[in-house]
Design a protein around this ligand. Sequence first.
Ligand SMILES: NC(=O)c1ccc[n+]([C@@H]2O[C@H](COP(=O)([O-])OP(=O)(O)OC[C@H]3O[C@@H](n4cnc5c(N)ncnc54)[C@H](O)[C@@H]3O)[C@@H](O)[C@H]2O)c1
Length: 332
Amino acid sequence: MHSVLIIGCGSIGERHLRCFTQTGRAKVTACDANPELLQRMADTYGVATVSDSAEALRGSFDAVVICTPAHFHVSMAIQALRAGKHVLVEKPLSHSLAGLDELFRAHEQSGKQLAVAYIYRVIPFLAEAAAYLAGGELGPVLQATATSGQAFHLLRPAYAETYYRDRRMGGGAIQDALTHLANWMEGVLGPTDTVICDCAHLALPKVEVEDTVHILARHGPVPVAYTLNQFQAPNETTLQFNTARGSLKIEFHRQRWGTFTHGAADWEWRQSPPVERDSHFTRQAGAFLDLIEGRPSGLCSLADAAQTLRFNLAALASAERGARVATAENFA
Ligand SMILES: NC(=O)c1ccc[n+]([C@@H]2O[C@H](COP(=O)([O-])OP(=O)(O)OC[C@H]3O[C@@H](n4cnc5c(N)ncnc54)[C@H](O)[C@@H]3O)[C@@H](O)[C@H]2O)c1
């Protein structure tokens, strides 16, 4: 049984708390700066609690799950590694490059595992589609699209009171939502070299951050077009990979992927059974426990998450400047 400290028990932290417990392989302790929230965790789940994260990190936990807003992630991950803990940290890795070199050094010196909780990495039907593409039956991907939208105000009614309202806390559609797509696409196509981004705040009340994003990215030679808005009624996400022999399409909202080759009359779908959202997070928790036990996990590495952080920062810089921006830039 692993002892796991969850720091930050808000929306996603509570889910991690529940899902780590569901693995049957972890004894969880909850940490949050908000005493009422912490009491609710104790009452609902019967877990031990601690309010001060610095004090908690001196405790004898094997691993820490960092679920605070993004501007805390790097400093908390460094503290946790230096205290000899394995770390699972929520996405995005951060809102800036500050402290990143130190985090890489702390990780190397610690001998501990660190993974970033980009949840798409553990969703089975996405992994099947990625494996099919990697198998080469369709030939190399020449071009791809990622189209996503949902009514964020209905899915997360309190969004305006959270980190979401401020880019400096990891808020806005690019860092909060599109980053999932970018990270998964980078896992399939390789790192993004450059982006051109147009974004705007169009609809979500009570915030000024962008709720709409259009990005043209180059993942090596592969051009990818991303579009996302956070106000449309249907909650839909579709990814399509086009090759000289055919196409592969993923319909996230229908939990299916399919192929269409030249000469075919229609898509040939592979349907996954419907699952509760918690099941992905329980799978992720299990994968992280596998990782700290020395087994392969498929989770997003520190290096991959740092690359996606560069994608986020390049997109924000491109929108600001109205120009193409390289992800390798030094975003001071
Ligand atoms: N993977 C996903 O699907 C997913 C979904 C939602 C959020 N997230 C990410 O998870 C992170 C948290 O998001 P959220 O929606 O849970 O936010 P939230 O605002 O609901 O919760 C954050 C919690 O952290 C606590 N906190 C802040 N500073 C703290 C400190 N120093 N010590 C202890 N507790 C502290 C707050 O009191 C709050 O309860 C963000 O980076 C977000 O992008 C990921």
